[in-house]
Design a protein around this ligand. Structure first.
Ligand code: ACM
Length: 543
């Protein structure tokens, strides 16, 4: 294995040429020349690299030493070129996003300490290999879904994850804001959604077969200003925030807050509370005009806060038992001439699909929304494997591939006894590295509908930010390489080379303060011995 020379870039770039054994240098006096359209990146660079290195990057042109940022029309969207010389360095992008991704590569070339929040040794010299890197992403949608509903992540953690995403050239944060166990977004016209819906009295610790309870309230929500800050912080990092508001299932927290949203003719929804355990609640939205108007009101405020073209409306795992028993739901099925309860679910989704389309936005939902027909602009998150994605792409819908068999990061990364609660599949770092987002059966024409890919982080068993770090890293690093780099077919991918680069990347993660799972297994304080680390006797597999 070759010695690290500072060029162990992750994600792997398309082209990297070393300029002999020369080293470049950043000086106290290195000036920052920010061309038109690169002002945001200059701000990021001064704030982030400035904090890490202690360098101030004064404004200026003139003679070297200079770090020059520019947008160059010959480069592709999000593509970049980084050229490091003895004292003069260039970061060029096809657009401002490309310049930012180039700046991330530049930071990696400076070494792990350039990822710290403050200089470890103030005044030290900063050198870097002399290289030319030319790069561009494979996919336009390189996503991370954070479930902030099951366990709330405070705003500072969301901002931190945006920084970590940017460091890995990921560009879509899908925020799962509502679910049975919590409602996390302030809606001005419906204050009870957060007053009531954002807190639960206790929490099942582990999964739904667990006998353990955490007997303390859990909750929290983002105010409108919090969300504006998150969206702006993301935008500065060329990350789009896609909000998810779930309909018609995964809605018990909303029904607990506003009981009339539920199927009041079959269940006393006024007695419902925010759910304290896991699984799929049977308390789903009532298919009434009142519910439609209520959620239109919610979405009006969502559109105000989130400029993203796509708005995720969930649509998964809607249990139909209450609709089967509800005279109101059955009357609606007859009145609209729908095909049973499945038709009712499709009617719900179609209503908001049209509603969003009329406002210049596009609906995206989990692959269950394919049942019943979609507006042409609607897109699908394919989570139950590849099949939903294949069907959607063949029907001309855009797709984000996030199959649970490969990129659900709540699943364990090793089956050792010190690992967290078993859910789903064991998926190692190498498994994620070998994940191929484009289903092989698609023709090139159909494959163009694969916008990209996304790793999903469901937080039922991640009760605090440390657990999130442990589950997400280092696998998100392998995922970022899958989403960004043009890799060969899965079987031919060079995992040994990835591991070699990971040796340097673990040092970067250390500097970034990420509590990842080390290659040899959990650190003592990351262990989950006993009942939580083992399948619970009698529990179904894959819960
Ligand atoms: C999902 O995992 N239910 C989208």
């Amino acid at each position: 294995m070759s010695e690290p020379d500072g060029t162990e870039l992750i994600p792997a770039p398309r082209r990297l040429v070393r300029d002999g054994a020369r080293r470049g240098r950043l000086h106290q006096g290195t000036r920052l020349v920010a061309g038109p359209g690169t002002e945001g990146v200059a701000r990021w660079l001064r704030a982030t690299l400035g904090a890490a290195t202690g360098l101030t990057f004064p404004d200026g042109g003139g003679a070297a030493p200079r770090l020059t940022l520019s947008v160059e029309p010959d480069l592709p969207p999000e593509g970049y070129r980084v050229v490091t010389g003895a004292a003069d360095h260039l970061i060029q992008g096809g657009d401002a996003a490309g310049v930012l991704w180039g700046a991330q590569t530049f930071r990696q070339l400076l070494g792990p300490d350039a990822h710290r929040r403050a200089p470890l040794r103030p005044g030290r010299a900063w050198d870097l290999p002399a290289v030319t890197v030319e790069d561009a992403p494979r996919f336009a949608w390189r996503g991370l879904m954070l479930d902030v509903a099951r366990h709330f992540l405070p705003k500072d953690q969301v901002l931190r994850h945006l920084d970590l995403m940017a460091a890995h050239k990921l560009n879509v944060l899908h925020l799962h804001l509502t679910d049975d166990q919590g409602w996390r977004i302030e809606i001005e016209r419906y204050p009870r959604l957060t007053e009531i819906g954002s807190w639960r009295a206790r929490t099942n610790f582990g999964h739904r077969a667990s006998p353990l309870w955490e007997e303390k309230p859990h909750g929290g929500h983002y105010t409108r200003d919090d969300l504006r800050e998150i969206v702006a912080y993301a935008a500065e990092r060329h990350i789009t925030v896609v909000p998810e508001i779930d309909i018609p299932g995964h809605s018990q927290a909303a029904i607990a807050a506003y009981p009339e949203l539920g199927n009041t003719d079959v269940v006393d929804t006024s007695a419902l509370t925010v759910w304290d355990t896991w699984g799929v609640s049977e308390n789903v939205l009532a298919p009434t005009d009142h519910t439609l108007r209520f959620y239109e009101g919610v979405l009006e405020e969502v559109l105000d806060l989130f400029p993203s073209t796509f708005v995720h409306l969930g649509g998964d795992e809607c249990v139909k038992d209450q609709w089967k028993r509800s005279a109101t739901a059955q009357a609606r099925i007859r009145e609209l001439g729908l095909e049973g309860e499945d038709g009712l679910q499709a009617w719900f989704v179609r209503h908001f699909d049209n509603w969003l389309t009329a406002r210049g936005r596009r609906l995206i939902g989990w692959d269950e929304i394919l049942q019943g027909g979609l507006a042409p602009g609607a897109a699908v998150s394919s989570w139950r494997g590849y099949a939903g994605g294949v069907t959607a792409a063949r029907a001309g819908h855009d797709v984000v591939m996030c199959p649970e068999q490969h990129v659900y990061l709540d699943h364990r990364q090793h089956d050792g006894p010190d690992e967290p609660v078993p859910i789903g599949y064991v998926r190692t770092l190498e498994d994620v590295f070998r994940f191929e987002p484009v289903p092989p059966e698609l023709t090139p024409e159909e494959a163009r509908h694969v916008l990209g890919t996304q790793a999903n982080v469901w937080t039922e068993v991640m009760e605090d930010p440390a657990r999130v770090d442990y589950q997400v890293f280092p696998r998100l690093v392998a995922f970022a390489e899958v989403a960004w780099s043009r890799l060969p077919a899965s079987a031919e991918r060079d995992f040994a080379d990835f591991e070699r680069r990971m040796t340097s990347h673990y040092r970067r993660l250390d500097a970034l303060g990420v509590g990842y799972r080390p290659p040899g297994g959990p650190r003592p304080w990351q262990r989950r011995p006993g009942v939580l680390g083992r399948p619970i006797e009698g529990a179904p597999p894959n819960v």
